[in-house]
Design a protein around this ligand. Structure first.
Ligand SMILES: [Zn+2]
Length: 238
């Protein structure tokens, strides 16, 4: 903070806290006060360009007893209160920051680390904005959300097509839903007795009537499709 900014800050404190200037008796103690504050807050910015920090807000928070700190009842604000608020602010910035990969050659370790440190210091001291990679995967991106809604899954459409031949039952089911038709597997099959959610089965029967095999079918029995359509129609009408 520049001297001018420190004086403005002290003026603000004096405005809200009657005790503050009462401690001053003569010109020399005023000068001493200004020097003490200016020295202590030399390294701290008055404001940050992104609006995340404003030293006058710290004064207001102190006297409004924010953060559960009731010190304002007992004493005027001191430079250490501002230093503590600034340290908290820097911590919060670093919490949001994800180190970007330095442009320096990773084999040149001193240069690599120096760049990393420079970036971190710039973020911590407010000279650079935090790099928030997590914001991209936080689920708040409307574009990604719309795409997820459109396909109903996080598997991209071309991958689903590739997968279709390995899971034919699922592929038929998805194709029906996409085409706006009822999902046949949502009802029990009266023909082969396949329960809800399970594929139809091809029963191979021996001449004596006993079951020889029970292979799952990729396509549901036509009667099951009819049943699902009927049910779908009832639900739509209801
Ligand atoms: Zn069936």
């Amino acid at each position: 903070m520049r001297l001018r900014e420190t004086v403005a800050l002290l003026d603000r404190v004096g405005t809200v806290d009657g005790r503050f200037y009462r401690q001053l008796t003569d010109a020399s103690s005023t000068e001493e006060l200004v020097t003490r504050w200016a020295t202590a807050l030399e390294e701290i910015p008055a404001t940050l360009p992104d609006g995340s920090w404003d030293v006058s807000r710290v004064v207001r928070d102190y006297y409004e007893c924010r953060r559960g700190d009731n010190s304002a009842q007992y004493r005027s604000i001191e430079p250490h209160d501002i230093l503590r608020a600034w340290a908290r602010h820097c911590d919060a910035r670093m919490q949001r920051h994800t180190d970007p990969i330095p442009a320096a050659d990773p084999d040149d370790l001193p240069a690599f680390l120096a760049e990393l440190r420079t970036t971190r210091t710039a973020v911590a001291t407010g000279r650079a904005a935090p790099v928030e990679h997590r914001a991209l995967t936080g689920g708040s991106n409307p574009d990604i959300e719309a795409r997820l809604r459109a396909i109903g899954t996080c598997i991209p459409p071309h991958t689903r097509t590739e997968l279709a031949r390995f899971r034919p039952v699922r592929a038929v089911r998805e194709a029906a839903v996409v085409a706006g038709q009822p999902d046949p597997l949502s009802v029990r099959c009266d023909w082969c007795q396949a329960p809800e959610g399970r594929p139809c089965r091809s029963r191979r029967v021996r001449p004596d009537g006993s079951v020889r095999s029970n292979a799952p079918r990729a396509t549901p029995h036509p009667s099951r499709v009819d049943l699902a359509t009927a049910q779908h129609g009832r639900e739509a009408a209801a």
